[in-house]
Design a protein around this ligand. Structure first.
Ligand SMILES: [Fe+2]
Length: 286
């Protein structure tokens, strides 16, 4: 049994106002914050998808996976228990995250993983992008994807596959040495990618996928107009064929803004690549 999708992420930063500008004016997300110490942003009907809370880690601090329903959540907790991970219910946190039921567990690198069902939907207040983004690909594909560093590659892969039910999409050996493992749990080509690197951060980047190529072009213009550093220019990835570019967030890691990724289905064959991009994605800032 597998989780349905990545539902939300939480980031800790001391630069909340810079993040607010980044998420609204650049990414085009809807600000639904009600607390000065914790920003929240929407990208669809779900009540919130990204949370930025005050703190000095400048990193991802939690990730929430939609487990669909009570039965699926129970099975996933059993799968984790078989591997030696005990997920425990946290009603206070469920309330804070606006979900019905939530269990918490730490992954092999210590990242807080939240498994839930019953996210609050806000279809009565339609999502509108303050930057004019036509919309984001979410629904069954969830929030987006992220790339996580790991110092425990084998157990990390086991946690996400045998534990959370992800399946392998493909691998990329970057520069002959950095191995990336791409995992899916729904039609999105990858929801989690794992980079085997001894780096003291959880996240390399997260990705939001817009509805159109124009959305990517307009976002590129907004980055230039707002002086948001572009870390990798427009390009197309070898594995998911996403056309995207990367900018640096106020916390120092990157966000990929993309369009047009291919999806996976039950006929997918695992592949391997020796490079990350078919064209572009040239590094243009430090
Ligand atoms: Fe990506």
């Amino acid at each position: 049994m597998n989780v349905k999708s990545l539902g939300y992420i939480g980031i800790e930063s001391m630069n909340l106002e810079a993040w607010r500008t980044y998420c609204t004016s650049f990414l085009g997300l809807m600000d639904v914050s009600s607390n000065a110490d914790e920003l929240r942003f929407r990208m669809d009907d779900i009540g919130w998808r990204i949370c930025i809370q005050t703190g000095n880690k400048e990193d991802l601090v939690f990730a929430g996976y939609d487990a669909r329903d009570s039965d699926t959540l129970s099975v996933i907790c059993e799968q984790l228990a078989t591997l030696g991970y005990e997920a425990s219910e946290n009603k206070e946190l469920a309330n804070l995250r606006n979900v019905e039921t939530l269990f918490v567990v730490s992954d092999p690198d210590g990242l807080q993983v939240e498994l839930y069902y019953g996210a609050t939907e806000r279809s009565e207040i339609p999502f509108t992008s303050p930057a004019g983004v036509s919309g984001f690909i979410t629904g069954e594909q969830g929030f987006g994807h992220f790339v996580l560093y790991t110092k425990h590659e084998d157990t990390k892969i086991q946690f996400y596959t045998d534990g959370l039910g992800f399946r392998l999409s493909d691998t990329i050996l970057m520069g002959g040495k950095l191995r990336l493992t791409f995992l899916h749990c729904n039609p999105r080509h990858h929801t989690v990618a794992l980079a085997a690197a001894p780096i003291d951060k959880y996240i390399n980047h997260f990705m939001v996928q817009a509805n159109s190529l124009d959305d990517v072009g307009f976002a590129n213009d907004r980055a230039l107009n707002l002086d948001i550093p572009i870390s990798m220019g427009l390009g197309c990835h070898t594995n998911d064929r996403m056309v995207s570019f990367y900018t640096k967030t106020p916390s120092g890691f990157d966000v990929e803004f993309g369009f047009g990724a291919r999806t996976v289905d039950e006929n997918w064959s695992v592949a391997h690549h020796d490079t990350g991009s078919a064209w572009g994605h040239k590094r243009v800032a430090g």
